[in-house]
Design a protein around this ligand. Structure first.
Ligand code: TEU
Length: 537
């Protein structure tokens, strides 16, 4: 049989370094902590690990403000630790994908510091977007763009010029029309490729190129991430030329290395533009992430995704959680929406039930799936963090509820007892709720009903049944209202998103279920909010 590209059906696990494992007891996770936990990830059964940024950074946006793209922040370790992590991962058969942040740097990046210090007319200002202000004394921002985190997208420096930042003021946007910017990033790509990484997740991949003249938004609505028209700062045609150049570099290296785009575009069809054979390999499917736990809506987005990806020949991706959104165990406990919060114990149970079912559905779809650290433990968002411990700039700058991101970033509980439940010897930078003792890796390991063992079993089945992730289509089966049923080769998946149990045919040998399934006389009773896997082999 022809060898398949590993990434077409890969399960990729997102590690958020500051919250994964802390080896030196400073309350922050680090690279050495990750390295020592690699066997856990291998045993979980994932193919690759994506690491959120660990580069030198003042941490104004948890590392998405990079001061030096070729250095590890001392908080996370050093380049030798990065090297050891990459090598150990390879030894265990795990690939490593690192985060690349090309839309903006930190305001403490050498270029930006010099640009500010040298004053108006400094050639370094051309590498960012510096402009004089409007109004009689230049006291008004150059245009009406707003930051994703809230407030104007412009900040004024002491000499009176303004600079553009789509995110926090500590994150000035690069000017990608300046050749030095492209040169620098091509060199950064080579630096990490030479270090041995297997790929890059590209932060804000849709944002690098701005419309010429930086035109006012005017009548456009307030900035929204999905479902808007094309904005003058997002999804401009010019970004594709950048990725065609990057692809040439990547393909000089052996070993099937990949790019995955974080591109919030209005439609999945526009996302498909990023994953052509001469550009990027994958793009996160945020339309799927934003879909409610509802059979009809899920089926619609699954069909549209597969249809959009088929002509470009890219694998679909499926994502339920990441470090920017409310975890799905919490999201599904409430009415639809990316950012809804606050709940009761009953809600929490419902959310977890649906999260488990949603995971089995996701892992049965063709393409590549992303798992965010802690979702395999069924972790909910922590909704009662005090302002003193929160660090998310989006929270403090007043982005809507979608911006409340500390709740999904609370450090992982590894053990039932001990300092910060085994996260590290020195507490954790965000407090973990006491209920997390029972959600710890230790508490769940070996318990067949636990969410962790459900993930382990699901990933083991997925490895044993190549049909599961392969191909680019699902064959829908007739199903009662509120139920999704589909066949993929010898494999059948049924997901009941409704609030009542349903009876369906028992399609074969029961492989796995996210809840109790009763089979009798060739039928199966599938409870509410439950997904079942069968094989006909
Ligand atoms: O996120 C880009 C983005 O637009 C959203 O995810 C947004 O940050 C979020 O919904 C806040 O309301 C990427 C990173 O994933 C995010 O952590 C960074 O803050 C952001 O870029 C800036 O680098």
């Amino acid at each position: 049989a022809p060898r398949r590209d590993w990434w077409r059906d890969a399960v990729i696990y997102q590690v958020y370094p500051r919250s994964f494992a802390d080896s030196n007891g400073d309350g922050m996770g680090d690279l050495e902590g990750i390295r020592t936990r690699l066997p856990y990830l291998r045993d979980l059964g994932v193919d690759a690990v994506w690491l959120s940024p660990f580069y030198a950074s003042p941490q104004a946006d948890a590392g998405y403000d990079v001061a030096d793209y070729r250095a590890v922040d001392p908080m996370f370790g050093n380049l030798l630790d990065a090297d050891a992590l990459i090598r150990d991962a390879r030894g265990l058969g795990l690939r490593i994908i690192v985060d690349l942040v090309p839309n903006h740097s930190s305001d403490q990046h050498e270029w930006f510091k010099r640009a500010v210090a040298e004053g108006p007319g400094s050639p370094l200002r051309d590498r960012y977007h510096f402009r004089p202000g409007k109004g009689a004394n230049g006291e008004l921002p150059p245009n009406d763009w707003e930051s994703i985190f809230g407030g104007p997208a412009w900040t004024r420096v002491a000499d009176g010029e303004w600079y553009l930042h789509l995110f926090a003021p500590e994150q000035p946007d690069f000017n990608w029309d300046h050749p030095a910017v492209g040169d620098e990033f091509r060199s950064i790509l080579r630096f990490w490729l030479d270090m041995g990484v297997d790929g890059f997740r590209i932060d804000v991949a849709h944002g690098l190129v701005k419309a010429e003249g930086l035109p006012d938004l005017g009548s456009h609505d307030q900035v929204k991430l999905l479902g808007n028209d094309v904005m003058p700062f997002f999804d401009q045609d010019g970004v594709h030329e950048i990725y065609r150049q990057w692809r040439l570099i990547l393909d000089e290296y052996s070993g099937e290395r990949i790019f995955v785009a974080e591109a919030w575009t209005p439609t999945i069809e526009r996302t498909a533009n990023y994953v052509r054979s001469d550009e990027l390999h994958q793009a996160f499917n945020f339309q799927y992430l934003a879909t409610a736990w509802d059979a009809e809506e899920l089926r619609g987005v699954i069909d549209r995704t597969l249809e959009a990806m088929r002509p470009v020949g890219a694998p679909a991706t499926w994502v339920l959680s990441n470090h920017d959104v409310t975890r799905h165990a919490t999201r599904f406990a409430n009415p639809p929406g990316l950012g809804t919060q606050i709940r009761t114990a009953g809600d929490r149970e419902l959310g977890l039930r649906r999260a488990r079912a949603a995971t089995l559905l996701m892992l049965a779809l063709p393409g590549s799936a992303y798992i965010y650290q802690g979702e395999e433990l069924g972790l909910p968002d922590v909704v009662d963090l005090s302002d003193e411990v929160r660090q998310d700039p989006a929270y403090f700058r007043g982005a809507g509820q979608d911006g409340f991101r500390d709740g999904c970033r609370v450090p992982i509980p590894w053990t039932r007892e001990g300092s910060s439940y085994g996260f590290g010897a020195g507490g954790s930078w965000l407090p973990q709720p006491s209920e997390w003792a029972d959600l710890s890796v230790e508490a769940q390991t070996g318990d067949p009903d636990s969410t962790l063992e459900l993930y382990r079993s699901a990933l083991a089945v997925r490895r044993a049944q190549p049909d599961l992730g392969a191909g680019d289509a699902v064959e829908w089966l007739r199903a009662p209202e509120g139920v999704l049923a589909f066949r993929r080769g010898e494999f059948v998946c049924v997901a009941n998103t409704g609030s009542e149990a349903v009876t369906t045919p028992a399609y074969g040998r029961l492989l796995l279920a996210s809840g109790e399934v009763a089979e009798a006389d060739g039928d199966a009773k599938v409870p509410a909010d439950t997904t079942v896997w069968w094989t006909t082999a």
